[in-house]
Design a protein around this ligand. Sequence first.
Ligand code: HEM
Length: 303
Amino acid sequence: MKGSLPIIIGIMKPRLYKNLLRVLYILSIAVYIYFLTDGWSFYETPYQERPHMEQRYRNLRPAGFRGHTFGVIGSLMMIFMLLYSARKRMERFQKAGNLSHWLDIHIFFGIMGPLLIVLHTSFKVQGLVAVSFWSMVAVALSGVFGRYLYIQIPRNILGNELSTDELEKINKEMADRLKTDFNLDDELLSIVEESAAPRLAPDAGIAKMLLLLLVNDLSLRFGLRKIPADLAARLEMPPKLLHLLWRRARQRGLLRMRTMLANQVHQLFHYWHVVHKPFAVIMYVIMVIHIAVDVLMGYRWIF
Ligand code: HEM
């Protein structure tokens, strides 16, 4: 069997990298849950009664040692996540690592930063800074949808979009490999591909298409759609090989679907940017004012 398939973001990333990212998320969420549960008796106490909790109040209120630490680390994460934009746009950073890894960092900080800010607020937001807080929530939640659209646009391992020519080449390469690696003739290949193609209604609108793509994505990831029994019998392969063939055929089907929908997804992604960015700008502007006012008022954390 020949080497591995061309790597396309959203379909495959190196296993070691994916596992490291998973471990990072699991550890961070575990630490977060620890701090959340540890402070819960304070966070659920009505605001007016909190000062009576003396030691907890001193530590967990936004200006307390732990509360302030959450604010500082959360804000730093929110600033560092902008490195993605620098890497994406600035000439001098073009060689600084894969764009897709930078996006993973952006997303990690974009999730953990807001979660830490929630602890920093001790679940109480009011005044001007509440506008920044809710903009942060809006931008982080809309990020999830943006991420979904992002992975629908076929990219190479570096995170750069593939051109139509590159897509055609990869598509052909995938078909050739299906044929040679699994010894399929043209007729069998087209039957396999037809069975593995995403189930999409031809006249469905973009919203329905995206939903169906999501269903197909999930079923590919969790191996939910099994190879039809009659096709499996006809192929006469050992189960492991059959599974690999089916997985690759499903991947090719999804890639073809994404290629077909590329223009519409691009357009939607453009509109998504139009929403995501202004919320981010509002959030950062008020965040800077909030931090400047606090520093001027003498809240210096450990300094
Ligand atoms: C408070 C949290 C967040 C802020 C302030 C923020 C801010 C931004 C900004 C300013 C951009 C534009 C980057 C550029 O094109 O230069 C962006 C892009 C993006 N963000 Fe976020 N984001 C946040 C959270 C998230 C989260 C949680 C996710 C995913 C779950 C996410 C996913 C994305 C994606 C996919 C892009 C588009 C990348 C591209 O077009 O190249 N963001 N974000």
